[in-house]
Write a protein that binds this ligand. Structure first.
Ligand SMILES: C[S@@+](CC[C@H](N)C(=O)[O-])C[C@H]1O[C@@H](n2cnc3c(N)ncnc32)[C@H](O)[C@@H]1O
Length: 210
């Protein structure tokens, strides 16, 4: 969510050496994710991925309406994921899983041969201040990492109420070698998320893996 930490000082600094404790926490998290993946993904699985699923409203409804689709929602906020897991349990949907995970780490830890069938990112944190734009998840390298796990034609669905973030992603995708914007592609499924319900208006975009 919106950061509260003060801005870093403007002076240039030499890059810090990797913190060994941080690296070992990351490795431990990767191992935990791999153990969860072994439970969730059969060999060669294709799955619908929601990034930043929050309380899981959207993906629970999507999974109920698409029983043949394996659906996985991730969020880095453990409280939200707990709420989402409760929804999955009360809906008794065997094709739906929610995990606490950071999106980049999740993608990097995916087993070989597991592929994205579709990707949703709905109302991602916009990091509105210019000096915080670097924290936005949707950047060129992230789209490249997604493309490496997507087959030709895999759709990417993006929705936000933040006009500036929307335009930035639109420009990024228009210039990206791995993705093309599909202006006439329909939005496949409607179920308002928590943030959508609070938004006065929103923008939606569909892009396809080339
Ligand atoms: C603005 S909320 C939107 C939640 C939900 N999609 C909705 O529309 O109600 C953004 C969500 O993305 C999650 N998030 C932000 N960065 C993330 C990342 N790198 N990996 C996983 N989740 C992330 C946050 O924890 C938060 O729950």
């Amino acid at each position: 969510m919106e950061p509260t930490a003060p801005d870093p000082p403007a002076t240039a600094r030499a890059p810090e050496p990797p913190d060994p404790a941080h690296l070992s926490r990351l490795e431990a998290r990767r191992d935990m994710l791999r153990a969860e993946f072994a439970r969730i993904f059969p060999a060669g699985a294709r799955f619908v991925w929601e990034i930043g699923c929050g309380h899981g409203h959207f993906l629970t409804a999507y999974a109920a309406a698409h029983p043949a689709a394996l659906c996985v929602g991730v969020d880095q906020d453990s409280f939200r994921v707990r709420r989402a897991v409760k929804k999955q349990a009360s809906a008794r949907l065997a094709n739906l899983h929610f995990l606490r995970a950071e999106a980049r780490l999740f993608l990097a830890a995916l087993p070989p041969g597991v592929e994205l069938a579709a990707v949703f990112i709905l109302f991602p944190d916009p990091w509105p201040k210019r000096r915080h734009h670097k924290h936005r998840l949707l950047q060129a390298d992230f789209f490249q990492a997604l493309a490496e796990r997507a087959g030709q034609g895999t759709p990417f669905y993006f929705r936000t109420d933040h006009g500036d973030y929307f335009r930035e992603v639109e420009e990024l995708l228009a210039a990206h070698p791995d993705w093309r914007i599909a202006p006439t592609a329909p939005w496949p499924f409607e179920e308002p998320t928590v943030f959508q319900q609070k938004a006065a208006a929103h923008h939606s975009l569909v892009a396809l893996r080339r």
